[in-house]
Design a binder for this molecule. Structure first.
Ligand SMILES: *Cc1c(COP(=O)(O)O)cnc(C)c1O
Length: 360
């Protein structure tokens, strides 16, 4: 251990890098193909890109000025979109920042943060930063949460539970009765609805009943703005005010703010694209229904978790990469034979279908 590491807080010094998705050039280099032949179906990004009108909105901005720390325009526009009052909304630099803020607001070292594996990795990642005790309760064979074990784990040291709905990577929804059972314990329940615009299913109506509910959303997937980093949370006025108090004042940059305002102005165009991605996911499902050696778990998102019967996930991954198609693999043993494939454009889906036929 170097002198520097001795100075560090021990739990911080041992945190491993979170490996996000590689840039396309890097994927191409590793697979030995040309960058223009890369089809990215590995991060649930929007394959249509941003709307032209949204991309145009961020030119010529007053980038020499600080953005509005109170997010007034943004919260007003999000209020129109969600139907929640502005003081129940806070924007973050991606949903990821909101996850981080929630953990910093509620969790002291050694206290419990709960999630249900397999799920999105950022909950545990942010929990590690505060030296939390991470309790991961495995999902059952249909990927539903094990509510009995969850309730047993919720004790005086439990602070917050994170549940994605639809869950990434499994694609299934959280039921309202499970959400209510967890909310009734009084700990903070963060329902991560990053894929809401694909599932059209929300638990936000429970916000009127529970001060401890947080509903998380993002502009990264449906709105095609992953690179600008904007997400938001809806919660009680009290909870939102505390999050506003601890966030970095200028967490949303001017480009992100402007792009989100433009995206909400053109939300109908974006929702059509989201709908078409669901249609493409269904095309893949139909093909898999008629193909031996592969099956999928029902999904409400813009992605499909596929299971290979005659290949390991690694073999299937390499096979698809040889066709220029990059998908997501997972370290968990429960997903040894599974890959998550994001919905693509119709042309990308054509190529995916051909590749799947030859890889299975
Ligand atoms: C992608 C994703 C997010 C966060 O996305 P941001 O880009 O940080 O807004 C949050 N939760 C889930 C389940 C995701 O898949």
């Amino acid at each position: 251990m170097s002198q520097l590491e001795k100075l560090m807080r021990p739990h911080m010094a041992k945190i491993a890098t979170y490996h996000g998705v590689d840039p396309s050039a890097e994927l191409a280099r590793k697979a030995g193909i040309k960058p223009e032949d890369v089809i990215r179906l590995n991060a649930n990004e929007n394959p249509y890109g941003a709307l032209d009108k949204v991309a145009e909105s961020i030119t010529g901005l007053d980038i020499h000025l600080y953005p509005d720390s109170q997010q007034r325009k943004l919260r007003a526009a999000l209020s129109d979109y969600t139907g929640q009052p502005p003081d129940r909304i806070i924007a973050g630099a991606g949903g990821d920042e909101i996850i981080d803020l929630l953990i910093r607001l509620f969790v002291a070292p050694g206290q419990k943060v709960l999630d249900c594996q397999p799920t999105f990795g950022m909950y545990a990642f942010s929990a590690r930063q505060v030296d939390a005790k991470i309790v991961s309760v495995p999902r059952n064979s249909t990927w539903d949460i094990d509510i009995t074990t969850m309730l047993e784990e919720i004790d005086d040291s439990a602070r917050i539970v994170f549940l994605a709905s639809p869950n990434n990577p499994t694609g299934n929804l959280l039921t309202e009765s499970d959400a209510r059972a967890l909310l009734e314990t009084g700990i903070v329940v963060c329902v991560d609805e990053t894929y809401y615009e694909f599932s059209r299913n929300t638990l936000s109506h429970l916000l009127d009943e529970y001060e401890n509910l947080v509903v998380l959303r993002s502009f990264s997937k449906w709105a095609g703005l992953a690179g600008l980093r904007v997400g938001y949370a809806m919660a009680s006025v009290n909870l939102v005010q505390h999050l506003m108090d601890i966030k970095q004042p200028y967490n949303i940059n001017i480009a992100g703010e402007t792009a989100v305002l433009a995206a909400l102005e053109h939300k109908d165009d974006l929702l059509k694209r989201a709908h078409s991605l669901v249609e493409q996911r269904k095309r893949v499902e139909e093909v898999i229904d008629n193909l031996d050696g592969i099956s999928y778990y029902p999904s409400e998102g813009n992605f499909l978790l596929c299971r290979f019967d005659r290949r390991t996930a690694e073999e299937a991954y390499v096979g698809l990469a040889e066709h220029g198609i990059f998908v997501r693999r997972f370290p968990q043993s429960a997903l040894d034979n599974s890959l998550r494939i994001s919905a693509g454009t119709p042309e990308q889906t054509d190529r995916l279908i051909d590749a799947l036929r030859s890889v299975v």
